[in-house]
Design a protein around this ligand. Structure first.
Ligand SMILES: Cc1cc(N2CCCCCC2)n2ncc(-c3ccc(F)cc3)c2n1
Length: 255
């Protein structure tokens, strides 16, 4: 049972009782831009951090649902490299959320065989944030259920530039030749090395842009947008996204 605030129950969730999710053709890797937390709080006359807090509790509900539907990888855009520009107090609050989330939910996540990892510049996070996440990574490293992958201090253009510089260095050292270099080799230089590309991208709050998220990896993903604000997101809305994904025919550039 996720710890969601009961008095916010009048949520504007998209629900569709006829929505069924088939057990076949489940997206292996789902990426989510969890947008709308500040707007959710503003609509209720609450401080922005109340939206982030409620949004954190929604994460656990969707992790449980993703496990139920046998999604293999769930990548959540939790903090971008651009988010450092937000007010100091908001950034400090956000940087405490990983520890709060893990303090509340890590035992349950271990129980559900979830493995926790991150993508982004981990070293650029505050020490208290890194310590909490590193502990969770250690505690879940042998789990082979859902990979819960948080994009933290993540920016796709920085990731691509970082990869290009490393490719250049390896070529200078003659550890890599131009003939060996292709898309598959380049992908190994990204934070997502070893992960399959996302099959489905979900973005909440009605915005329809990538916001410097997984620009390389989302090349062939299905995009699913909803006006639902992240704190109002739920298993029902997640089911809608999975159902709609299953109605689409993936082309990978073909006809
Ligand atoms: C910075 C930040 C923001 C954050 N939000 C809550 C969800 C809405 C979007 C922004 C705010 N959440 N939610 C969970 C985490 C988290 C990160 C790493 C980890 F190992 C465990 C939990 C988190 N981290």
């Amino acid at each position: 049972m996720s710890m969601r605030l009961p008095f916010f129950k009048n949520k504007q969730e998209e629900t569709d009782d006829s929505c069924t999710v088939e057990t076949t053709n489940i997206p292996k890797h789902v990426a989510i831009i969890m947008d709308g937390n500040g707007r959710w709080a503003k609509k209720r006359g609450l401080p922005r951090i109340a939206g982030h807090k409620e949004g954190m509790n929604v994460v656990k509900e969707i992790v449980r649902s993703a496990t139920h539907y046998k999604v293999e990888i769930l990548t959540l855009y939790a903090f971008s490299t651009e988010n450092w520009k937000r007010p100091k107090s908001e950034v400090e609050f956000l940087m405490k959320l990983p520890k709060e989330f893990l303090h509340t939910y890590l035992p349950e996540l271990i129980e559900e065989n979830v493995r926790i990892d991150t993508i982004g510049e981990f070293d650029g996070l505050p020490l208290h944030t890194k310590e909490a996440i590193q502990y969770a990574k250690e505690q879940t490293k042998d789990n082979d259920g859902l990979l819960l992958n948080f994009a933290l201090n993540y920016g796709s253009r920085f990731e691509i530039m970082r990869a290009i510089k490393q490719v250049y260095t390896d070529m200078q050292k003659e550890d890599l030749s131009i003939d060996q270099f292709d898309e598959e080799v380049f992908s190994k230089y990204l934070y997502t090395n070893g992960l399959s590309d996302p099959d489905l991208l979900i973005r909440t709050s009605g915005e329809q842009r990538l916001s410097n998220f997984l620009l390389w990896q989302l090349a062939y993903a299905e995009f699913w947008f909803t006006d639902v604000l992240w704190p109002d997101f739920s298993e029902e809305v997640f089911k809608r996204a999975l159902h709609d994904y299953q109605q689409r025919k993936r082309r990978y550039g073909g006809i």
